[in-house]
Ligand binder design. Sequence first.
Ligand SMILES: Cc1cc2nc3c(=O)[nH]c(=O)nc-3n(C[C@H](O)[C@H](O)[C@H](O)COP(=O)(O)OP(=O)(O)OC[C@H]3O[C@@H](n4cnc5c(N)ncnc54)[C@H](O)[C@@H]3O)c2cc1C
Length: 455
Amino acid sequence: MNNKKSFTDVLVLGSSAAGLVAALTGKRVYPDKKFVVATLLPKTLIPCGIPYIFGSVSHSDNDILPAEAMFKSNDIEMIVDEAKEINLNEKTVLFSSGKVITYDKLVIGTGSTPAKASWLKGSDFDNVFTVPKDKSYIDVMHKKLDGAKKIVTIGAGFIGVEISDELNKTGKDVTLIEKLPLILGLAFDEDISERARDLLKERGVKILTSSSVTEIVGNGKAEGVKLENGDVIDADAVILSMGYKPNSALAREAGLLVSDNGFIKVDEYMRTPDSDIFAVGDCAENRDFVTRKPSPVMLASTACAEARIAGMNLFKLSAIKTFMGTISIFSTAIGNTGFGVAGITEKQAKNESFEFVTGTFEGIDRHPGTLKDTHKQYVKLIVGKESGVILGGAVYGGLSAGELTNTIGIIVQNKMTLNSLLTAQIGTHPLLTASPAGYPLLKAAENASGKIKCS
Ligand SMILES: Cc1cc2nc3c(=O)[nH]c(=O)nc-3n(C[C@H](O)[C@H](O)[C@H](O)COP(=O)(O)OP(=O)(O)OC[C@H]3O[C@@H](n4cnc5c(N)ncnc54)[C@H](O)[C@@H]3O)c2cc1C
């Protein structure tokens, strides 16, 4: 018998957020089916924890997803092998080892890799890094950054901000450069972005916004980063945090439909046009839940939600288990301050010509305010003017901001209205939540509702 050929009911490509959850969900729903997961690396990093490897969690060994153990305990086989070719007619995948696996259902969860800034002179110097989800690369990068004093990060999205803050905490001299006027400017409105900028500055990170980088200067090794205005910022190392590209070449070469931006096209069951092939996570195309436009958002939370839906729908479709679009729920923390956003922002609502009002309120996250460790909590809601439907919201506050942002995500996904929020029953406790009389989420709803009545 040729041991290079085998059959499995379900073959999953990828063991990170999307692949892991698709395989575990699929096996739970279809326990009699055989599942095989293929992955590039024996150890999968927890991707969202990568920035903290450079500070709080101190080493990549402390940021490992226990994928292999989870597969083993769920009777799922894992192989470390690169899928090289998908043959749609024969329903096979050829791997770099020469192994060929025939599948009944295939789930592609091949994720994304950092976008190459090949236009940027000097980006290939060996002390210039991207942030891939690759343990060996991150280990080398970590060692080299240990020996660097001055570090420049280019790109102030979540990853650039988080890595800069962590490196700053370890005593590095960090400069964060962003071409937009604000940091985190693609995710948040100004009211929240400005607070994040001020906080990061206070903590010691130097921030240059509205600054475009033209070149990384040096001689085989980066020595500085040149800006459009001619200034050069000294650097012993440079981190490029300028976005990610979906890994969809395998799907495209097989003949599956891929969008202009490189995302694999799927329906709301996460099926490609070949109904035995699903795509989930960063490599799959998303539609924004509110605007219904294709969304470039790549999030582990979205990847897991899509993977659960694919896993449940592998062998029988359920009309109620579909992916209705990405709510883009982001959150991050700078020190003990959390920032989060779910659904659309005020900026997006304006750009999309929604008729809307905003409601804001700033209170505190526990009560009474004389308690130690209370934190300001600011909530902003974006509300459809005619319908009263909540389209999005943002939170600035203590570390509970992450969970409150998730609550807003559920409100948006369920198309709750101001009326249902204003009549909602919430539980409170002095040590855990804001006061029932001044609960910022409900007070922001009241603020918005006043604007609708007045108009
Ligand atoms: C530094 C950083 C911080 C982040 N922080 C957050 C956060 O706080 N919150 C959040 O929601 N999101 C965050 N994200 C985004 C999140 O990590 C991604 O959305 C998530 O990793 C997507 O998961 P995925 O499984 O689709 O893809 P990936 O994580 O990219 O995994 C792809 C998988 O496919 C495998 N693979 C690829 N090609 C092949 C092949 N040819 N054959 C076999 N296997 C293959 C890889 O080995 C890997 O297992 C962060 C991302 C980064 C980089």
